[in-house]
Design a protein around this ligand. Structure first.
Ligand SMILES: [Zn+2]
Ligand SMILES: [Zn+2]
Ligand SMILES: [Zn+2]
Length: 927
């Protein structure tokens, strides 16, 4: 045995420096640095400077806190889009943005200052602190996004606090104001007493709250006709959960078609919906009551008047409305137009007054009558006692119901009418199309992905009320109008807007708070009503949604590398009511068209059990932590593998599975690389001259490239992932590469057979590394640098290497059907080999002699294949045709094991020069 030659030296064993262990967490930061040094973003634009343009416009995340799984998902999706488009030859700039204004930052700054210090801090100083705070998180998030491999103009991102950006708000405001789409009006809005601001619907959270539940009778000013003959006083009975709104009561709304009756109890007649009498009786604890005739429709009572429940000598009126429900209460709805959306609408319809006795602090002014000076929350029990003393309280209890809360301070909000600026959905200047109509039409012209999301967007815009764009805060862009100090008239002309645009462009919105209007408005600017020249800048700032919404102007219009409309907006589904909508309304309002051609919506990130991620549930994961342990490519692969048309799950377990899939893909690349160390382009074999199996492998590769490209084009990244993953498994690892090993390792290094195989391996490597490059941005670069120089063509990064294109083999269809038959039989053979191995008939599959019985056409197809035994990795194969299912029997192959290639061969010793080995190996050794 000692003299046996070391055959290992004569084999072409795999060889590569590309490590099996990825060690991504340690390796990736080096690539971030490398890309930064080579300025990959600029290179990617230069490479396609003359290519078609594709603009993905980034929705700005809020510059507060570290990134989370949701932000990571969003940014990685965008990176997949941009990198794919770049590799396809598109000029695809990506300018990341940040939303830097708004309440959460101001809130945090206030918290840091504390209430005492806050009082002595000027608005300009607060704005400076807010700016510093925002910029610090822009830096943090920028680093975090780049750590995830996201490529973009991080050296020059867009920030909503930049001067040019701020000026864009005024341009849009001006255009919309000119068209009569913006107005000032009083309207009930959600108001947070603690935060001192109006809140948008998006800033409201609903949660359970215990409230008072009271029944109160309002006595008619004169006995209504149906109960004319009754001796007792007659009242209408209302139910409310907000006693503090009673001072603002002006009407009681009944259902037009419902039946109402008078109920006699304790010497009082009380009018209520017949359907609710029993419920009211139970709530009030009536044991002895009588339902009096007649029964009348609500419509018959409309126009009657009653004594306002709080203010003496004031009358309220009975009206009818569609919002009256007959499930709770009394069917007679207390109506205070300043305190509720339905009340406001019905008040508009009946032209009711809208008293507002509650001030910004949530306290009653003199309009609160006996309750003046109390806060609305203090007032509730006081009002209830007061009503009881007056004898008008019929029942009082508590109710648990869903109530709106402020998203910041989590306190219950109140509904309260104040002067606000609005974008009108339905009114416009003469000759201008109302915004709702124009926006609905624009929605129809946009491509919505997934398709159903068009319905969501259309119904949200179709149903939405006017957009309240005023916020009573400091940290934002002011509403760019003035008011006359003398008469209060609004002063807003093209000239004042232009002066403000110029001011913001040169000095930023801060100047609004530090300069006097006379310093920047054109000389002679005066009030159109009274001619007064003393003008006061508006105190309110714009809703941040308005601000981020105008990025189509402040970013797409302003930056030379971008354009409006963008090709794609891509955000989470909450943006149908957020950024997608505010962008649409401001763009349609100013330009009459949508700011985007297509909108892609992705679901929310939830945990493995489908629950929302939250700190309180303890189920959050940090993408940066994952990058630091498993690697950013694992995060990216998870993103790509997720079906974003629904909510996207993530958990440690899911990420472990992702890591496993990653290892399969990585090992495939490693195999490819390790068999190309001695391959040069000059060694390549033309397709027509390839070994048949190799030619088939080229057909399969072309299939993969086509499928993956189609999936990318439809932004179905999870399909991209699935195609690649399955290709690595079913096509390569369990078939093609497995079969190839003998040829690669044991055939002559420079033999046609081995070069044929290597040509295919190089083609697979070149195509696959590009196909995965948008997703596995780090690993693909690592692979790229490990690819033999000659195959890289001097391209410094895979991101600049273009997209694979494959020609169609004229005999592709024949090869596909031939090898489909082989693979079907191979499955049966594999199973039989396993059984034979378990039964001890054979050890390795190479020791097997395989007898296959199958239908004639299958046998004919198999017979036509050269090297059938190689395809099944067995010693020998015999075929016989017989109708029926394919059957396989296994025996031990005749012959001995070749000590070089370990195949069982009967031709060992046939070559006298190398008597120990099989004929093939002897031939190799001869060279
Ligand atoms: Zn609040
Ligand atoms: Zn005036
Ligand atoms: Zn051999």
């Amino acid at each position: 045995m000692a003299d046996r030659p070391d055959y290992k030296q004569t084999m072409n064993l795999p060889e590569t420096d590309f490590p099996m262990r990825a060690n991504l967490a340690a390796r990736e930061p080096g690539f971030v640095e490398r890309w930064d040094e080579m300025d990959i973003y600029r290179l990617s634009l230069e490479a396609n400077a003359d290519g078609p343009v594709f603009i993905l416009h980034d929705g700005p995340p809020y510059a507060n806190g570290h990134i989370h799984m949701g932000t990571a998902l969003n940014k990685v999706f965008k990176d997949l889009v941009v990198k794919y488009k770049t590799m396809r030859g598109f000029f695809s700039p990506y300018v990341p943005g940040w939303d830097c204004h708004g309440q959460p930052i101001e809130h945090q700054v206030e918290k840091n200052l504390g209430p005492a210090k806050m009082k002595e801090t000027s608005r300009a100083q607060i704005r400076r602190l807010c700016r510093e705070y925002a910029l610090s998180f822009v830096k943090i998030q920028s680093d975090e996004f780049q750590r995830l491999g996201v490529r973009g103009d991080f050296k020059d991102p867009y920030l909503t606090l930049n001067h040019a950006y701020e000026a864009g708000n005024v341009r849009i405001f001006k255009a919309m104001y000119d068209k009569g789409l913006i107005y000032k009006g009083a309207k009930p809005i959600h108001w947070c007493v603690r935060c001192h601001t109006a809140l948008a619907e998006a800033e409201i959270e609903y949660s359970d709250e215990v409230s008072d539940s009271i029944y109160v009778r309002f006595e008619f000013t004169s006995r209504p006709e149906p109960w004319e003959d009754r001796p007792e006083p007659v009242s209408v009975l209302i139910w409310t959960t907000t006693p503090w709104t009673l001072p603002a009561n002006v009407a009681v709304t009944l259902s037009e078609r419902a039946d109402y009756v008078g109920v006699l109890v304790d010497g009082q007649v009380m009018v209520m919906a017949e359907a609710l009498v029993e419920q009211v009786a139970a709530a009030a604890g009536w044991t002895d009551y009588e339902v009096l005739p007649p029964r009348v429709k609500g419509a018959a009572l409309a126009g009657l008047t009653y004594h306002q429940p709080v203010h003496d000598n004031v009358m309220g009126v009975i009206i009818t409305g569609d919002h009256v429900e007959l499930t709770t209460g009394s069917g007679a709805v207390h109506t205070a137009p300043g305190h509720g959306e339905d009340d406001y609408l019905v008040g508009q319809k009946f032209n009711l007054p809208m008293p507002m006795p509650v001030d910004d602090d949530g306290r009653f002014d003199v309009g609160g009558g006996p309750f003046a000076g109390l806060s609305v929350h203090e007032a509730n029990p006081v009002i209830i006692d007061w009503l009881r003393e007056r004898g008008t309280l019929i029942a009082a209890g508590k109710i648990l119901h869903s109530y709106p809360h402020c998203w910041r301070c989590k306190r219950p909000v109140i509904f309260r009418a104040t002067e606000q600026w609005f974008v009108s959905m339905d009114r416009a200047a003469e000759g201008v199309r109302p915004l709702r109509d124009a926006a609905m039409e624009a929605i129809g012209q946009v491509e919505w992905i997934p398709g159903w999301s068009v319905n969501r967007m259309a119904s949200m815009v179709g149903d939405r009320p006017d957009w309240c764009i005023s916020r009573q805060r400091a940290w934002g862009v002011p509403i760019p109008v003035f008011s006359c100090v003398k008469c209060g008239e609004t002063v807003a002309t093209p000239q004042t807007f232009d002066a403000v645009i110029e001011l913001f462009e040169s000095e930023g919105a801060d100047a609004w708070f530090t300069k006097s209007p006379s310093e920047y408005l054109p000389a002679g600017t005066a009030c159109p009503r009274c001619g007064g020249t003393d003008l006061k800048p508006e105190d309110d700032i714009l809703d941040v949604w308005f601000e981020s919404g105008v990025s189509h102007t402040s970013v797409l219009e302003v930056r030379p590398e971008l354009r409006r409309p963008a090709d794609l907006y891509l955000e989470g589904s909450d943006q149908h009511r957020g950024w997608f909508q505010s962008s649409l309304l401001t763009s349609v309002g100013a330009y009459g068209e949508a700011p985007y051609r297509a909108v892609l919506t992705c679901g929310f990130v939830v945990d493995g059990d489908g629950r929302k991620m939250s700190k309180s549930l303890g189920n959050t994961l940090s993408p940066i932590d994952i990058a630091g342990t498993s690697g950013a490519d694992i995060v990216r692969l998870w993103v790509a593998s997720s079906d974003y048309s629904q909510d996207v799950s993530v958990s440690r377990e899911i990420l472990d599975r992702t890591s496993e899939a990653y290892r399969r893909i990585r090992n495939t690349f490693r195999f490819l690389l390790s068999n190309l160390y001695d391959f040069d382009v000059a060694d390549a074999v033309a397709v027509e001259e390839m070994v048949e199996l190799d030619r088939y492998a080229m057909v399969r590769l072309a299939d993969l490239v086509r499928e993956v490209t189609a999936a990318y084009d439809e932004w179905r990244f999870h399909a991209v992932y699935r195609h690649i993953y399955e290709y690595c498994g079913a096509d390569l690892s369990s078939f093609y590469l497995d079969v190839l090993k003998d040829r690669l390792y044991a055939d002559g290094a420079n033999s046609h057979e081995r070069r044929s195989a290597q040509t295919v391996l190089a083609a697979i490597l070149g195509a696959m590394v590009r196909l995965v490059a948008p997703i596995l941005t780090f690993t693909s670069e690592e692979i790229w640098l490990a690819v033999p120089e000659a195959l890289r063509d001097g391209v410094p990064s895979v991101q600049l290497s273009g997209w694979p294109s494959m020609t169609t083999d004229p005999i592709a269809a024949d090869l596909r059907s031939a090898y489909e038959a082989v693979l079907e039989v191979r499955d049966v053979v594999t199973k039989a080999l396993e059984d034979a191995r378990n039964a001890g008939v054979i050890g390795k599959s190479q020791e097997a002699s395989v007898a296959i019985t199958a239908s004639t056409d299958v046998i004919e197809s198999l017979q036509a294949r050269p090297d059938l035994a190689d395809l099944f990795i067995v010693g020998e194969v015999s075929l016989s045709s017989e109708a029926g299912v394919t059957q396989v029997s296994i025996a031990r192959a005749a012959g001995e094991k070749c000590p070089r290639c370990w195949n069982i061969r009967t031709d060992i010793g046939s070559n006298a020069a190398h008597p120990e080995v099989c004929a093939r190996c002897a031939k190799v050794l001869e060279r």
